[in-house]
Design a protein around this ligand. Structure first.
Ligand code: G4P
Length: 286
């Protein structure tokens, strides 16, 4: 990925501001609910959260689990749990798994509840904040979790000034606006995966190149999936396969020229919509 193409809409000024906001809000809360995209759990994580949320209880949500490989979801859950986090796979859009979060909150905050009790404080609500990089489903999750209580959607760095809390049940309060972490990538593949899940601008690469990267990943991790979806031969280099997809989907311009950008967009849309199958792009570390 060339430097000039790394247009991700995050500039140092934004990052500093978002980080400062997040630090200010951290002081108010007991629990951080970190939302990740289950298709790329590692890439959709900003490692700075470990520093920002140190001393806080933590829950990791593998969201969009409906689009990711079910077997890989299990592996990633085990991975995060082995690292000491409380992890859960959910589908915030359909509300699946969301009802299990209350139990997890109690578990994650057990020590705090105990500490309060010893000091004679009972029923002080746990205050939580949802955090994550853009497009992982933070707002959708807040809506699903809070029920009818509405939240504002849209990506603002950090959290807005006038803080509002959503009360969930007797002893949980959730900051109504999620904390937005900036996508972080020093590694080319991480940048590509973030573009594939729509967390950074597609334009980090020419669209055909991004599509070719996706073809490579799918061929490697899910052989046969492209054949099944597009009825194409999978043997050959990615650009050839993109041409085959263009032919198979009749992406033709004037004088029968192949419209590769159209085929690339079609492929990316199919992937993002889960139509090529449930896929996880990252291998879980052993
Ligand atoms: P953000 O606050 O983290 O930026 O993300 P947001 O909730 O706005 O969600 C981003 C997109 O991801 C939305 O799609 C949302 O519907 C979708 N989404 C969120 N959670 C899930 C999930 O668990 N599974 C699936 N399949 N999709 C999910 P959109 O295209 O922007 O809007 P819409 O067309 O769905 O309304």
């Amino acid at each position: 990925m060339s430097e000039e193409k790394m247009n991700v809409n995050w500039y140092p000024g934004h990052m500093t501001k978002a980080k400062r906001m997040m630090q200010e809000n951290m002081v108010l809360i007991d629990l951080v609910i970190e939302v990740l995209d289950a298709r790329t759990p590692q890439a959709s994580r900003n490692p700075d959260i470990d520093e920002l949320a140190k001393n806080k209880s933590r829950i990791v949500l593998l969201n969009k689990s409906d689009l990711a490989d079910p077997r890989e979801n299990k592996k990633w859950m085990e991975y995060f749990e082995a690292q000491g986090a409380h992890a859960l796979e959910i589908n915030a859009k359909a509300g699946a798994g969301v009802k299990n979060i209350r139990g997890l909150v109690e578990k994650a905050c057990k020590e705090k509840i105990e500490r309060d009790r010893k000091r004679g404080i009972v029923n002080r609500p746990i205050r939580a904040m949802v955090v994550g990089i853009p497009n992982v489903g933070k707002s959708t999750f807040i809506n699903a979790f809070a029920g009818k209580a509405c939240t504002k959607t849209g990506n603002k760095p950090g959290v807005t000034k006038g803080k509002q809390w959503i009360t969930i049940g007797k002893n949980l309060q959730l900051l109504d606006t999620p904390g937005i972490l900036w996508p972080k990538f020093e590694d080319r593949q991480v940048g590509i995966n973030l573009a594939l899940i729509g967390s950074v601008n597609d334009e980090i690469l020419v669209i055909e190149e991004l599509a070719c990267e996706l073809i490579e990943s799918i061929k490697k991790r899910y052989p046969g999936a492209l054949t099944k979806r597009y009825e194409i031969d999978e043997d050959g280099a990615a650009p050839t396969l993109l041409e085959r997809i263009a032919e198979s989907r009749k992406c033709y311009g004037k004088a029968e020229t192949l419209l590769l950008d159209k085929a690339a967009n079609l492929l990316l849309d199919d992937f993002r919509g889960g139509r090529i199958g449930r896929m996880t792009l990252e291998e879980c570390p052993k």
